[in-house]
Each structure stands twice: as C-alpha cells, then as structure tokens.
Design a protein around this ligand. Structure first.
Ligand SMILES: [Zn+2]
Ligand SMILES: [Zn+2]
Length: 252
C-alpha cells in the first residue's frame, strides 16, 4: 500500500471515529444526519424539502414569480411604475420558513456549515437558468460596510459570489465596489425610505476594470431592490455596460 493510500485510509478511519463521537447534525434543525447526501449538505432531508423555489417565469426587474400570467408580460405592475439602474434580476428561493431560518443562522450565528447548502442550491439555480450568467464578464458581491464586516467576519454575498464563479467560470470583481457610508439598517424602513437611505452608499475603486463590462451583482436577499439599484447605479456611472442581479431569496 502506497503512502497516499495509507493517508486516505487513516483519514477515513478518523472521520468515522469523529462521526461516532460527534454525530453530524442538521445545520438548521439539529436533527441527527443519517445519509451521505444529508451529511454532504449538513442539512436533513426534512428541512431540504421545505425550501421553497421561486417558480419561473419572473418579473425582469424584481424577480417576483409571474406564474400564471402570459409569457409576453416581462415586468410586473409595480415595477412598470419605476426606473431601474439594472437590466434584469433573479431570486432563486422564497424568503420564509426554512430559508429565513438558515440565512439568519449563517449571517448572525456564523453557521458556516450551511455554506455548502447555499452555494450548492445557487449553483443548481444557475444551471437551470443559464441566462443569468450568459454574456456576463464578472460577478460582484454587494459589499458590507467595513464595521459590519468586522462584526460578522464574513460577507454572505461574497460566499454566494464564489458559488457563481464556480458554477459559471466568470471572474470575481467584488473588490471593485465598496460601501463607503455606514447607512441605517434597511430593515424597519418603508420602500421610499429604503431608496433614500441607501443613496450614495457605494463607490467604485477601480473604474478601469469595469468600463464596458457586463456585471452580475450578487446578494443574499431581495426586499425592495433599493440596495441592488444603488450598486448598479454606481457601476453604471463607472462605465459598466449591462447589469444583472442575482439574489438567493426574495420576500414572499
Ligand atoms: Zn433539519
Ligand atoms: Zn417586478
């Protein structure tokens, strides 16, 4: 037996022993995980089936499901009354129940074990909706303000952007967009206040990298689209060509 085979065997034995001592549990509900598939995702099957997909087709601007409406309708009534700085937006899942709980655990309890689940599900969505990344040059994660980043130690949008890179082969230019102004949290504000509160919060660090580029903005949550719109506006001012947006989930 070669050195490599011995090492692999020892690792497998060690993993089995660790599993016996500390059985892997679901990152969302803490139930013991039984199958290899559950253990790979760190989530149990019961939680997995409760994740609600956002069914196609979608409003081009807010990503809301337009199921049941004529395919000829591209923009919902609410979005038809507004101007947008980006071209299209998609949200993969519905933000309630299990998705809401999992996202809270990832963001506020640092449950990094759930990263695989989020990245895997986003990659599946891109696989089924290839127009999200078609003709895109790069992905950009919506940045957190420096203070929040230090509190939380990681940005969930960067994690999702890395999943896009893996699923599509486009590069990550997240470093080109920064959040300069520490705005009030958007939660608790109404739609108009959200657009006002976020104004001027983003700036571009390397304009030359963005000129003429088609960019995919990525974030965890779509609520009113105010944050994505403001990011897109800063990127367009810097000379970006087309902007698409992809969020993991949107409000029901
Ligand atoms: Zn579970
Ligand atoms: Zn809409």
């Amino acid at each position: 037996m070669g050195k490599y085979a011995i090492l692999v065997n020892s690792m497998q034995i060690l993993t089995s022993l660790l599993n016996l001592a500390y059985p892997p549990v679901c990152g969302i509900c803490d139930k013991k995980l039984n199958t290899i598939k559950e253990q790979k995702l760190s989530v149990c099957d019961e939680c997995l089936v409760l994740i609600k997909k956002n069914p196609a087709p979608y409003c081009f601007k807010c990503g809301r499901s337009m199921r049941g409406l004529s395919e000829a309708v591209k923009i919902c009534w609410e979005c038809s009354k507004r101007e947008f700085s980006y071209e299209r937006s998609w949200s993969a899942f519905i933000y309630d129940g299990v998705v809401k709980k999992a996202l809270h655990l990832l963001k506020y309890s640092n449950k990094i074990s759930l990263s695989g689940l989020f990245c895997g599900m986003l990659a599946d969505f891109i696989g089924a909706n290839t127009e999200v990344v078609r003709k895109m040059d790069a992905v950009i994660a919506v940045p957190l303000h420096g203070i929040k980043f230090r509190e939380r130690e990681f940005n969930q949008a960067n994690l999702l952007a890395s999943a896009v890179v893996k699923a599509s082969d486009i590069k990550d230019l997240s470093g080109c967009l920064k959040r300069g102004v520490a705005t009030r949290p958007q939660s608790g504000l109404d739609k108009g206040e959200r657009f006002e509160n976020i104004k001027g919060a983003f700036s571009v660090t390397r304009e030359a990298c963005l000129k003429g580029k088609n960019l995919l903005l990525v974030d965890d949550l779509f609520t009113t689209g105010a944050t994505l719109n403001e990011c897109a506006s800063a990127l367009k001012k810097a000379g970006a060509n087309r902007i698409n947006c992809l969020t993991f989930a949107r409000g029901a």
